[in-house]
Design a binder for this molecule. Sequence first.
Ligand code: NDP
Ligand code: 8X3
Length: 251
Amino acid sequence: MSKTICITGATSGFGEAMARRFAREGWRVIITGRRRERLEALARELAPAQVHAAAFDVSRREAVDTFVAGLPAGFAAVDVLVNNAGLALGLEPAQRCDLDQWETMVDTNIKGTLYMTRALLPGMAQRKAGHVVNLGSIAGTYPYPGANVYGATKAFMRQFSLNLRADLHGTGVRVTNIEPGMAETEFSVVRFSGDQGRAGSVYQGMQPLVADDIADLIHYAVSAPAHVNINRLEVMPVAQSFGPFPVARES
Ligand code: NDP
Ligand code: 8X3
């Protein structure tokens, strides 16, 4: 019997690549996001795979509850939840940031993950099987200028994933935090409010990760034998690495 995966943020980037990957492997796939027309187009593309599409905002708690309550019978027992929907907004230093943007990142990246996880976890624990995959980031471990709240939301994902493991001890439910570096998706277009030129320059002259790389990693983590829990997977493009700590000198 094929398994069911629920992917948030499947209208672009990692989520869309995961939907294609898992549908190709014969999974029942639940695709979600706010852009309904994109979900419908993806569902058409994936046919005859078994796909359920639902358009809603993960940061709205009642919308998440309505979505979960309305899952059709064939899709209701979710084996894998991927908390992928998320975004970075802006790259300004904290003292100049837009507080609304900070709130949107917290609401989407953190609260969206909480609402989805809390809604689907009881079924997994009851069935004594399941897997929660969270999308963290290298920005959750390593600081960089302008990552302020975005990086902090991803640090939340890392610790939340580990703490979930502690709570789920003995249930057989697995938890994995995926922590990518630079990957070319719509991520930077969103971060820079639709400025394609600025977004493109982020990846200019280097080879970033692509969405299929992340879909492959998640497929690997989910397909590991049932007794294996991959806690964290940190991955970067070879072209991205680390620099020295900057020092502000007086002269
Ligand atoms: P994209 O912008 O391409 O995709 C983001 C997805 O999230 C879209 O499908 C979007 O759908 C969905 N989304 C955003 N806000 C909401 C919301 N409020 N409710 C429901 N869905 C929402 O970015 P990526 O694929 O790159 O990002 C996916 C995840 O990976 C994010 O959590 C991101 O932080 C993380 N990540 C990305 C990296 C990168 O370099 N690209 C690196 C490390 C982590 P819609 O707009 O239709 O709602
Ligand atoms: C996105 C990766 O390096 O742009 O989470 O912050 S990075």
